[in-house]
Design a protein around this ligand. Structure first.
Ligand code: PLP
Length: 410
């Protein structure tokens, strides 16, 4: 490095990354006020308010359903709970095979395990989305009838091809949209392709409340069952919008309640955030595009392009390290962390997004060479919306400098 340029911290230089790229989004003041009001009144349980119009959770459900353009939303205590409820609703039985991504977060196969079913892991492509050809092959080989499709880190497969496979094998599609807020394929929102979609409101997600989840569907019976599975008993379902009374009376005592309800304080924190999503997306997209322009041409960096039909939320960036040895790639992560830029590689260090770490999953692990190749050198960078364009320039500079250091040029 020239005399004018900052020396890397590892060489005793000054730290210039004085922001936390992973810092979580604050709750908007209106959400804090609503949550405090609920707590001051001692009304935290969603069924405490006398009517649905007084229930923060019921109103949030309605607002989220309207925002997504679907008939029903049901609040849960996590996305994992919403997915577990979904598997119950589509009548998954112990031992059933469920198609899902080989590359996703371990919450997804865990939910399948929770239902005592068996994940069938489908390969991911270079852009970290599900490979429709492998999906087709595995659907045919296993006879699986359910696809739990995870848009991991917002990466979207060729949805036309996926939907063809879904139709061909008569699969029930459940979408895991934990990472796919405000994400479209050909102008259609992800979360509206399947029978059911599940969103997370855990802190790092687009809607953020510490914990929480949202289950959405257009199917009246599925919505009725989701309400009951989540833990509505007696006639508390009356405190939801848009449920069919005859159906609820019929199903009332047939469905077990798993105590997976959303609570009022969670719903309060989320209430003002739905409108914030589109605003946050603008920041994410501008930041992502800038960082892409700064680093995409580096010879050690490969950023696979999304398909042209995809319009992403862009709240994280992934890139493959190319031309580096395992040792050099690991050192890159270590030095970047010392420089104040924490990142992880999906395929190393007991990462929970590496299917080889899921010891509770038996099947297919030895056949997933493409996914291994696509996670082994894949870096994962969080880009929360508080980051300014100046911050993004610093991130770009640090990435260049750390790579120069690793290559012995610095
Ligand atoms: C891809 C993906 N799906 C589902 C989940 C589960 O979300 P939750 O923590 O709300 O259960 C996560 C959690 O981070 C995730 O990363």
């Amino acid at each position: 490095m020239s005399g004018k340029r900052r020396r890397l911290v590892v060489e005793g230089g000054e730290r210039i990354v004085d922001f936390d790229n992973k810092a979580f989004k604050p709750i908007p003041q209106a959400g804090i006020d609503l949550a405090v009001e609920a707590m001051q009144a001692g009304v935290m349980y969603r069924y405490q308010p006398k009517t649905k119009d007084a229930s923060i959770t019921a109103k949030l459900e309605k607002a989220f359903a309207d925002y997504m353009g679907v008939k029903h939303a049901v609040g849960t205590n996590s996305c994992g709970s919403a997915m577990f409820i979904a598997l119950n609703i589509v009548d998954v039985q112990p031992g059933d095979k469920i198609l899902t991504n080989a590359f996703t977060f371990h919450a997804v196969p865990s939910v399948i395990e929770h239902a005592r079913a068996e994940p069938v892991l489908v390969e991911s492509n270079r852009e970290w989305a599900m490979d429709p050809e492998d999906l087709d092959r595995k659907a045919a080989e296993t006879g699986a009838k359910v696809l739990l499709l995870s848009y991991m880190r917002g990466h979207v497969p060729d949805m036309d091809a996926v939907m063809e496979v879904v139709a061909k094998h008569n699969l029930v599609l459940i979408e895991d949209c934990a990472h796919a807020y405000e994400t479209n394929w050909n102008g259609q929102r992800l979360g509206t392709f399947g029978e059911i979609a599940c969103f997370s409101t855990q802190s790092s997600k687009g809607l953020s409340a510490g914990e929480g989840g949202l289950f959405i569907t257009d199917n009246d019976e599925y919505a009725a069952k989701a309400v009951l599975y989540a833990g509505s008993y007696e006639r508390l379902w009356k405190k939801h919008f848009d449920l069919d009374a005859d159906m609820m009376n019929m199903l009332q005592n047939q469905i077990p309640g798993y105590s997976m309800r959303m609570q009022e304080v969670t719903a309060a924190m989320l209430t003002p955030q739905i409108a914030r999503l589109a605003e946050i997306k603008k920041v994410h997209v501008a930041n992502w595009n800038l960082l892409h322009a700064l680093i995409a041409d580096h010879p050690n960096i490969e950023i696979p392009s999304a398909l042209p039909q995809v319009d992403s939320f862009c709240d994280t960036m992934q890139f493959h390290l190319v031309g580096l040895s395992r040792e050099e790639a690991d050192r890159f992560i270590e030095v970047a962390r010392m420089e104040g830029l924490p990142m992880q590689i999906f395929g190393v260090d007991r990462n929970a997004r590496d299917f080889r770490q899921w010891e509770y999953v038996e099947a297919h692990k030895d056949e997933l060479g493409a996914t291994i190749a696509n996670i082994e050198f894949a870096c994962d960078l969080s880009l929360q919306p508080h980051l300014t364009q100046a911050n993004i320039r610093t991130i770009g500079q640090v990435l260049h400098e750390v790579l120069a250091y690793i290559n012995g040029e610095a």
